[in-house]
Design a protein around this ligand. Structure first.
Ligand SMILES: [Zn+2]
Length: 1081
């Protein structure tokens, strides 16, 4: 018969289509259909032995393969169950292959309802297996493509490592629910079988034809596919598989015209570094997925695999060195392609600017060191919003391209581009691409390919779109079925073209179309998952603490080293160790950990990592203080010094113990009644002033007193900056600047009702599905104001400290039957803000706690602190884009201002804000129950502050006050700091911040990172007085590589301290990295 396809007897599209579907189904009619003929012969594996690895989650890390083989394995069989959740079980298999299977393709098939790994007898991880969820099933390992009895000696021995979890953890009655800790996993299948290659080919032909027939319903080509598949079945049924195969080949040989869109297909495997499983399981997920990928690469030379997250490479290097060596070869071939440039795929909103710098610094350095390459694309497909500073930071690391797809999850507005120029806060631009299929885990189906082109928002502007295939989130990666379909769809009339490309090849093509693209300015706000700015409050607080502690430690280490008090090599070594501490913090910034969307045990692990990082940073700090401050003799005067790590003078009220003050050596401290205040908890409050980055002798400073009064049942707090009226139940009724300024933050002149601040509000917080992730707009309709007149307090407001340096009021109320809040409201003599030191005992279900400042101000926008700058967002809901921003991310402060007057709220650990109308709210605590049912239950301490100001927030230096609010002065005994005061680094001129002073990664020079923080243009002078002087200075990039020389000038300031200065020209929100080069010691 000729190879001509004829149409089906009857014009019944539905029956023909479903006939094809059933003929390749793995569920229906497998006794008679083609799928049932895929494995013609099979045989159970008779000899299986089992050994349970002692202990649960993560214990496998202590048992390398070499220690497994000698264990006491006992016989087991199919039908047995193993557990509990997170435990590890090893199986040893002896496989006898029948003689009559010679020349056949032979497979090992294993189904254990869990994830697993096949190991060779000699300890090589061969391939991952996953049999938990149908969609992600990978149940076979190919023993031989064409079995020859002489190939290997029988019996063949394999080991299988079973992890008692599936691809998406072990959620109880639902994927994102907390894990069922006592699950068991049953060995359902352990067999060897032969695979019929021709049947496999026909199944895939039919699969793709069926896809085309179904998807291209309006297109004659879809009918051609339908009839071709129908006729193939007739031929197969009649015993003529070859003819069936040939008509399929003929069909697929009909090429596209020139107009066809191209899909740049890239193998991918998104592995969440922790999520519904702990970090320890991710290490194994990487090995399972990547070993499977290497297996596939043998069969599919066209395959390219894109892989992000340096941390995951490092894990594989550490735990699977042999696999890592094989990966390295594929990297060199350009087929296993590291991408992204960051340490992990981090959250895009909560980490500080410096954290982002470190994500790229340690990520790019890893890829450089291990593979000799720098990533050219920033890869962050699955993160819940993208900071407006990303374009600039990317560029500092040589990255001009960005890929994500998460904005397709927007609940309200459809993002208008898949390809665009993304302009960041400082004007830097990167080329951005969202794969139009809106996914990073495609199966390579006709439906997806056609949908990708249909979805494309830039039709006529670009010719190519990225298409990422391979199972993801829990790992898995590409399968041979996907690659087979990609072969058939490489260029077939009716479907877009598929071409295997690296990200670089793809972006090069896109760059040619760049002139056609539109521009998007500012942050990429995800209209979903806004609860993640608040869930798992402790993790966010630890992140903030670590960011500041590491800053302090690095700065002191740099100063100690360049002053010659540490050998260069020692300083360098400690800096490398601080880098390791940073990496712990960076790992926890992974896009399901810091957002609060992981299971409970992940937070047990993150807690340990934070504590280790913090302990190490504090250790380095104390060590450096010791070295810096210790004199040559033990007999010298032991005086107290104050070290300030912020680049401007800071005044604070601190508590010093009586003993220190009465120490005879404290000659310079002249205590007078008005310069100290006994503290109710012991010690004395004194006001101190400290020089910008450097030290001063602890000298008490005079300050105009702070006072507290009581009138009309209200407390009046007043210092030389502000005046506040506070009610007995904690709300702030009036807030004015001192000096008779009549303007009141909470006054209203055009509305009824009273406005006030520090309203503690409780909301119902039940999302649609993603519990820890989402808070919905309707939660705002359920506001319940807790601290109002007449409320029954646990403890009435009382005056705890009454000045002249510190006034403190304390009150305590119930939030509900189960939860309570205690607060100290403080005003010092030296700071222009009211501080609310808050303790909450929190035991709620689906409730959201916020503090609101319902001002009388009239402003169309509010401003929020972000990475190396700030972003503005509307306070109105004119458009759907405005109204979708009902809960937004901000860092240390937010501000609402009219012309010349406004108020800022500062905080030490919070990230969620709402600003609608004149009301600014700070989100404090949530209580989601999935995936961690204990999320945020228990005790919390945090603080926030309320700062009214004259002029703009820039003029009022709100940013500086927010840094001060998050940084303590270091009070330390000193001998060698024997001059009155010294400044190590300083900035002259306004509007800039020294974010980091650190030893350079490679050679013990010093990197000073400065950014413009007002959104303006200025020239600042960096002053370096740390001795010895630097030999030269260079502008450098994020990788600390010099870019251009800077002019370094010797200067003699009036104080007599010799200094070197260099002038830096800053534009709005610019990050400038200065490399100070020191002569080798
Ligand atoms: Zn993810």
């Amino acid at each position: 018969m000729a190879d001509i396809v004829t149409a089906s007897f009857h014009k019944n599209r539905r029956t023909t289509l479903e006939r094809i579907e059933k003929y390749i189904s793995d569920v229906y009619f497998t006794d008679a259909n083609l799928r049932g003929k895929l494995y013609p012969s099979s045989k159970p594996i008779e000899k299986i032995w089992h050994w349970a690895l002692p202990g649960g989650e993560g214990k496998w890390e202590k048992f390398p393969f070499s220690s497994i083989v000698g264990q006491n394995f006992t016989p087991t069989k199919v039908g047995e169950s193993f557990g509990p959740t997170w435990s590890t079980h090893w199986f040893k298999l002896e496989v006898m292959i029948p003689e009559n299977w010679m020349g056949q393709e032979v497979w090992l098939r294993w189904k254990s309802q869990s994830e697993a790994m096949v190991w060779s007898e000699s300890g090589s991880p061969l391939q991952g297996l996953s049999t938990g969820v149908e969609k992600q099933m990978r149940s076979g390992y190919r023993i031989s493509e064409c079995w020859k009895p002489t190939e290997r000696r029988l019996p063949l021995v394999y080991y299988i490592e079973m992890s008692c979890n599936n691809m998406f953890g072990a959620g109880k009655n639902g994927m994102i629910n907390p894990p069922d800790e006592n699950k068991t996993f049953t060995l359902e299948m352990a067999e060897i079988c032969t695979l019929d290659k021709q049947v496999r080919k026909l199944l895939l032909d039919l699969d793709v034809l069926h896809g085309m027939a179904k998807k291209l319903e309006e297109d004659p080509r879809g009918y051609e596919a339908l009839y071709c598949a129908n006729q193939m079945i007739n031929y197969i049924v009649n015993g003529n598989k070859s003819l069936a195969s040939r008509i399929a080949d003929n069909f697929f040989a009909k090429r596209n015209g020139e107009r066809a869109h191209t899909l740049a297909v890239m193998g991918h495997c998104h592995i969440d570094s922790a999520w519904l499983w702990p970090y320890s399981e991710t290490k194994r997920k990487c090995a399972r997925s990547w070993s499977s990928t290497l297996q596939l690469m043998k069969d599919y030379p066209e395959m390219k695999f894109v892989c992000s997250q340096a941390q995951q490479f490092e894990w594989v290097k550490m735990y699977y060195p042999e696999l890592y060596a094989r990966i390295k070869i594929r990297v060199q071939e350009g087929r296993f392609i590291p991408v992204g440039g960051t340490w992990v795929e981090m959250d895009g909103l909560i980490p500080s600017g410096e954290s982002f710098m470190r994500q790229f610094l340690y990520g790019q350095r890893f890829f450089q060191k291990e593979f000799g390459l720098k990533c050219k694309e920033f890869w962050l497909p699955d993160t819940f919003g993208y900071s407006a500073q990303f374009p600039q930071i990317c560029k500092l690391f040589g990255i001009n391209r960005f890929l994500t797809q998460k904005l397709s999850w927007n609940l309200v507005n459809r993002f208008p581009h898949h390809n665009f120029l993304w302009e960041g806060l400082d004007g830097s631009t990167v080329l951005a691409h969202f794969p139009p299929g809106d996914s990073y885990e495609m199966d390579v189906t006709v439906d997806e390919a056609v949908r990708t082109v249909k979805n494309l928002e830039d039709k006529g502007r670009v010719t190519t779109s990225a298409f990422l295939y391979g199972f993801g989130d829990g790992g898995g990666g590409p399968t041979s079925d996907m690659l087979e379909r990609a072969r058939r769809l490489s260029d077939v009339d009716g479907c877009p073209r598929m071409e295997h490309m690296s990200p670089s090849e793809f972006f090069q093509r896109l760059e040619k179309d760049q002139r056609n693209l539109c521009r998007w300015v500012g942050e990429l706000y995800l209209e979903l998952h806004n609860g993640t700015y608040t869930s798992q409050a402790k993790t966010k607080k630890q992140n903030r603490e670590c960011e500041f502690a590491l800053r302090e430690a690095e700065m002191l280490l740099a100063v100690t080293t360049i002053r010659g008090l540490l050998r260069n090599s020692e300083g360098y070594r400690y800096q490398a160790e601080l880098g390791e501490a940073w990496k712990k913090v960076l790992l926890n910034q992974f896009h399901d950990v810091i957002p609060g969307s992981s299971i409970g045990i992940v937070y047990r692990d993150s807690d340990v990592l934070y504590q280790e990082a913090l302990k190490f940073a504090k250790g380095i700090k104390n060590f450096c203080l010791d070295v810096l401050c210790k004199g040559n003799s033990s007999e010298g005067e032991n005086e107290m010094s104050v070290i300030n790590t912020l680049p401007w003078p800071v005044k604070k009220v601190i508590n010093v113990s009586k003993e220190i003050l009465e120490e005879p050596s404290q000659k310079r401290i002249r205590l007078e009644e008005e310069t100290m205040q006994p503290a109710s908890t012991g010690g004395h409050y004194v006001a101190v002033k400290a020089q910008g980055i450097g030290y001063s002798k602890l000298n008490v400073t005079h300050a105009a007193p702070v006072e507290v009064g009581f009138k009309d049942n209200k407390f009046i707090l007043r210092n030389s900056f502000i005046e506040a009226v506070i009610t007995r139940y904690g709300t702030v009724e009036n807030l004015r600047l001192a000096g008779g300024d009549a303007r009141d933050v909470f006054a209203v002149d055009h509305q009824d009702g009273v406005k006030y601040g520090n309203k503690i509000n409780l909301y119902d917080d039940i999302p649609l599905y993603w519990d820890a992730w989402d808070t919905m707009d309707y939660h705002l309709e359920t506001e319940q104001h807790l601290n109002h007149e007449g409320v029954q307090l646990v403890q009435e407001m009382e005056i705890v400290e009454s000045g002249p340096l510190l006034v403190k009021l304390r009150w305590h109320m119930k939030i509900s039957e189960h939860s309570s809040l205690r607060q100290d409201i403080e005003l010092t003599a030296v700071n222009p803000y009211l501080t609310f030191n808050t303790y909450v005992d929190w035991h709620e279900k689906h409730k959201f706690l916020k503090v609101s400042f319902d001002t009388g101000l009239h402003a169309k926008k509010a401003t929020f602190d972000s990475q190396f700058g700030h972003v503005e967002r509307p306070t109105h809901s004119n458009t759907t884009w405005d109204s979708a921003k009902f809960e937004v991310c901000g860092h240390k402060w937010a501000d609402i201002s009219e012309h010349n007057f406004g108020v800022a709220v500062l905080n030490d650990s919070k990230y969620g804000w709402t600003c609608k109308g004149s009301k600014l709210s700070l989100s404090l605590l949530r209580s989601p129950k999935a995936p961690d049912d204990k999320c945020d239950m228990g005790a919390h301490t945090f603080k926030y502050a309320l700062m009214p100001h004259d002029g703009s927030f820039q003029k009022a230096q709100v940013q500086k006050k927010a840094y001060e609010f998050n940084t303590d002065l270091i009070v330390t005994p000193s001998q060698s700091l024997n001059v009155k005061a010294d400044t190590w680094f300083n900035l002259e001129g306004e509007g800039a911040m020294i974010e980091a002073v650190k030893l350079s990664e490679d050679n013990g020079n010093v990197v000073v990172r400065i950014y413009e923080m007002n959104g303006g243009r200025s020239t600042v002078r960096l002053r370096i007085t740390a001795h010895p002087p630097p030999a030269s200075a260079q502008l450098c990039n994020g990788l600390e590589e010099p870019i251009a020389p800077l002019v370094l000038v010797k200067s003699h300031p009036s104080s007599g301290t010799e200094a070197y200065v260099c002038d830096l020209h800053l534009t709005p929100f610019k990050i400038v990295n200065v490399l100070l080069i020191y002569a080798r010691q």
